[in-house]
Design a protein around this ligand. Structure first.
Ligand SMILES: [Zn+2]
Length: 344
């Protein structure tokens, strides 16, 4: 048995051989704490790469459970996870701890919103965007600018992908390029046009590479907007300028953090599901709730999340108080169910 350093140098020997990394770079990776926000096709692949690469801390925040339709493209999950409705953050954490016991891994089942984003950023060196909706990215952009934390934007749909590093104070931010979020429903989503697994995997590889570069102090990716199509194998990279007039990074107004966090309603990526988040951080006693709801509907509790059929609607309830209503895009209906059964 060698000492810990010899074990680690053996484990990361191929990476250490790279002149850009070396032993010193490997040590820097080991001191870097990353937040992976969202653990779908992008997040699961990024988390896997960074855990294998030996980062210090990988914190994964995801609000959702594993579904059968995820298995075609998402890393880290299996059929059993889908059958049990396992929260993705929990399933990812369990799997990743088997991959590399030298990395601190934190799986957090929660929905990032203006009210709790600061908590997830605490102690974090950089953030990787694996979110599935536009609104959350604007919240993340504001929160990272305010805290001076770099983040790597990424998105993928169909056979196309896009990625860019946002480095506060150095390059453009999300709002320099897209000043306002597009109207709901105006963009294609994985649920309306589909997605080939290779496209998000490639985006995730680019984002994870940017994370490793940032950890090593290489900021050359800031403001470089990369887009591609895997089917035609066409890539473009353009250098985007920072806009002095940008509301967020130019004028320092973080409009997406100022929003009233009063129950936050989100339609999930055109996924035929609506989520209601509680107005503030909360925690539910799900086993007690399971007993109550068993009086009015069919209920199953797997120890982590509660699934139920209420008034004919499939709902999932999370320990942080979120309610996910499946099979509908009707926000009013979702609000009614949240009010009726959870009191908000
Ligand atoms: Zn900006």
């Amino acid at each position: 048995m060698g000492n810990v350093n010899e074990v680690l140098e053996g484990r990361y020997s191929r990476q250490i051989l790279l002149p850009r990394i070396g032993v010193e770079g490997q040590e820097r990776l080991g001191q870097t704490s990353v937040l992976v926000l969202g653990c779908g096709a992008l997040g699961s692949v990024m988390a896997e790469i960074l855990v294998l690469a030996g980062l210090g801390l990988v914190r994964i925040v995801d609000r959702d459970v594993v579904e059968p339709s995820n298995l075609q493209r998402q890393a880290l999950f299996d059929e059993e996870d889908a059958r049990l409705c396992m929260p993705k953050a929990e399933a990812a954490q369990r799997r990743l701890r088997l991959y590399n016991s030298h990395v601190r891994i934190e799986g957090i089942v929660a929905d990032m919103n203006p009210g709790n984003v600061a908590r997830f950023l605490d102690g974090i060196s950089l953030v990787l965007d694996g979110t599935d909706n536009v609104e959350t990215r604007y919240v993340l952009n504001d929160a990272c600018l305010r805290s001076g934390i770099p983040w790597v934007y990424g998105g993928s749909v169909g056979t196309a992908g896009i990625a860019m590093t946002v480095m506060p104070g150095l390059g453009p931010c999300l709002r320099c390029i897209f000043p306002d979020p597009p109207a709901p429903g105006s963009l294609p989503t994985c649920d309306t046009v589909g997605v080939l697994g290779t496209a998000p995997h490639l985006v995730a590889s680019l984002q994870a590479t940017e994370a490793i570069k940032l950890a090593l102090g290489d900021h050359s990716g800031a403001g470089r907007l990369i887009s591609f199509d895997v089917w035609t194998a066409t890539f473009t990279a353009i250098d985007v300028k920072r806009q002095e007039s940008c509301v967020a990074c130019g004028r320092g107004r973080y409009e997406f953090l100022d929003r009233d966090a009063l129950s936050w309603v989100t339609s999930l990526c055109g996924r035929n599901a609506v989520q209601i988040s509680p107005p503030r951080d909360s925690s539910l006693d799900l086993s007690a709730l399971a007993e109550t709801l068993a009086e009015v509907g069919q209920v199953a509790f797997n120890g982590l999340v509660l699934t139920a059929t209420l008034e004919g609607h499939d709902v999932v309830i999370f320990p942080d108080g979120r309610l996910l209503v499946r099979g509908t895009t009707d926000k009013t209906l979702a609000r009614q169910l949240a009010a009726r059964y959870l009191g908000y």
